[in-house]
Design a protein around this ligand. Structure first.
Ligand SMILES: O=c1[nH]c(=O)c2[nH]c(=O)[nH]c2[nH]1
Length: 307
């Protein structure tokens, strides 16, 4: 045969599942985008078209919805683990399952006191507004023996309006950048963190609490670091996570430097006292790095944007 089949995987991508849990009049929402990718003994379907080993992608979609009902969605990670385990253990030809999940957060709409009285206090627990732009992410991979859980977030936009400098850098004949002793530091955080949970038998992390705390440490480090470069801030954000969250061994960040340039107001006879900026959307500096627990291996791909 002049050609052979290389890496292959298949499954239904981007299954949008919304689960409402009703606790009396108080409702809870889990809103996920779940992508299933399965691999294993799939040579024949490619070579001859025999579907004997193929669990239809349509079935993988149905499984996502059925599991939302049967098991509920405690956390994106827990849900992904259920799915991955199911595909690998129930279908002999499937040797590995990778479940990617994006989670969209919702928060309750506060209602006015007067209106609460009118409709009854119990009845105001079912209205939500989608939270910001930030998306929570997770990827679960299971090969029948070992688990790999990498979670994270994207599109979390943060800004420090002071406590950021940038100076002392290399200057060559093309350098025009002025040294900055008080600048804006803003970025749109994309982060992934890898859990050291790999084995069914080990105690599983509390996924919801872990996410909340990891996000909190990351944001606090961003706010509390007096920054001499975005690289330094990135490192602080990552090491704060590793030092506070024993369940995480590796963190990778991709941080666009959302430049804010002081506008020259001199032509208008005005002094710009670090008050008026031009928010440039491109080009942007792109600062990326992995922070590891000492002795641990880097496994999050360098280009993690699909993950
Ligand atoms: O925090 C920064 N890091 C850089 O590497 C860099 N380069 C640049 O032009 N501005 C900045 N800012």
């Amino acid at each position: 045969m002049p050609t052979i089949l290389g890496q292959n995987q298949y499954g239904k991508a981007e299954n949008r599942v919304v689960k409402i849990t009703r606790d009396g009049a108080t409702h809870h929402i889990k809103d996920l985008n779940v992508s299933v990718a399965l691999s294993g003994d799939m040579d024949e379907v490619h070579y001859s078209g025999s579907n004997a080993n193929v669990l239809p992608t349509d079935t993988t979609k149905n499984t996502v919805y059925a599991f939302a009902k049967e098991y509920g969605i405690e956390s994106a990670e827990q849900f992904g683990i259920h799915l991955a385990r199911h595909f690998v253990t129930s279908q002999e030809p499937i040797h590995q399952a990778r479940i990617r999940i994006e989670e969209y957060a919702w928060e309750r709409i506060e209602t006015s006191d007067a209106n609460s009285k009118f409709i009854g206090a119990d009845e105001v627990k079912h209205s939500f507004v989608r939270k910001g732009q930030e998306t929570r992410l997770t990827q679960i991979t299971y090969d029948g023996e070992k688990w790999e859980v990498v979670s994270g977030l994207k599109d979390l936009v943060v800004m420090n309006s002071t406590n950021s400098e940038f100076w002392g850098y290399v200057k060559d004949k093309y350098t025009t950048l002025q040294e900055a002793y008080d600048r804006i530091l803003a970025t749109q955080v994309s982060a992934r963190w890898r859990f050291n949970w790999t084995d069914d038998e080990q105690r599983m992390p509390h996924w919801e609490k872990s996410y909340e705390q990891t996000r909190k440490h990351m944001l606090q480090a961003f706010a509390e670091t007096y920054s001499l470069s975005l690289q330094q801030t990135l490192y602080q954000m990552g090491s704060r996570i590793i030092n506070n969250r024993g369940e995480i061994d590796e963190v990778r960040f991709s941080l666009p430097n959302k430049h804010h340039f002081l506008v020259d107001l001199e032509p208008f006879g005005l002094k710009n006292d670090n008050e008026v900026y031009f928010a440039a959307d491109r080009p942007y500096g792109l600062i990326e790095a992995t922070i590891l627990r000492d002795g641990c291996e880097a496994r999050i791909p360098v280009d993690m944007t699909n993950l």
